[in-house]
Design a binder for this molecule. Structure first.
Ligand code: ADP
Ligand code: ADP
Length: 227
């Protein structure tokens, strides 16, 4: 049960003239599925990366369950993230790709095995654990990337256009997959997409961004079916 608060968050990159994110205010409920939409360059990734701790917050506060997290290192944030270019290690098997981060964090072999069995069951990857990424389809590779995040058992799940490299048919399948994962894991989720259908089918609430600012927040009905 994890609540996220973004209070008056601003971001200015060191080399930039203007703010990339301005006065970002958002309160996310435990287990909520939030989708960020908006044109390229409106600040979606920057906001996600600040939450993950991959970018500093210039001004404002980011809290998890009421605790200010601005200066907490990424590895101590209990957040799992999936990127658009899923960057699997080509020389490692599916199993080792999923195990890698856990090994670094000194999780025991048996615990790693348990987590990977569970994730590969959820994702339909059980038969592929010994393969290398080159021997997988695009959809399977994306499943492995999701698996690598799932095994972290983090209560917060961030996804930055995870399906944009897939063809249309696969996107539909994986969209359903992501909805299922969210129901099972009950994570507080933030998902970035360009795709209106993805936003409408996945979101509890959609956040529309423009020029680094929140333009609108609402349910899919409120955002897309305005009278
Ligand atoms: P989106 O994800 O919505 O496409 P981004 O968050 O990537 O938008 O970018 C928001 C703004 O910040 C853009 O104007 C972009 O050019 C700028 N920006 C992103 N990353 C950097 C960076 N590392 N240095 C300077 N400016 C950046
Ligand atoms: P990689 O992401 O390249 O596989 P590692 O798994 O070696 O990198 O992890 C390096 C650090 O980054 C770890 O200490 C871990 O806390 C963090 N980390 C790894 N994977 C994720 C992820 N999916 N989401 C968020 N943080 C991650």
């Amino acid at each position: 049960m994890v609540k996220i608060d973004l209070d008056h968050v601003y971001k200015k990159y060191d080399n930039a003239k203007n703010y990339s994110v301005k006065d970002f205010n958002l309160h996310i409920n435990p287990q909520e599925f939030i989708v960020f939409v908006g044109p390229s360059g409106c600040g979606k990734s920057t906001t996600l990366r600040m939450i993950a701790g991959l970018e500093d917050i210039t001004k404002g506060t980011f809290k998890i369950d009421g605790k200010v997290m601005n200066d907490v290192a990424p590895k101590n944030r209990d957040i799992a993230m999936v990127f658009q270019n899923y960057a699997l290690y080509p020389h490692m098997t599916v199993y080792d790709n999923m195990a890698f981060g856990l090994k670094l964090n000194k999780v025991s072999k048996s615990e790693i095995d348990k987590k990977i069995q569970k994730a590969s069951e959820i994702l339909g990857l059980k038969e592929y654990l010994k393969r290398k990424p080159a021997a997988l389809s695009g959809g399977q590779r994306q499943r492995v990337a999701l698996g690598r995040a799932i095994v972290r058992d983090a209560p917060i799940f961030l996804m930055d256009e995870p399906l944009s490299n897939l063809d249309a048919k696969l996107r539909v399948t994986m969209r359903a997959e992501i909805a299922k994962i969210h129901q099972q894991l009950k994570t507080t989720t933030i998902y970035v997409t360009h795709d209106q259908t993805e936003a409408m089918t996945l979101a509890d609430r959609i956040v529309v961004l423009k020029d680094g600012q929140i333009q609108q927040v609402g349910t899919p009905m409120e955002v897309y079916n305005k009278p």
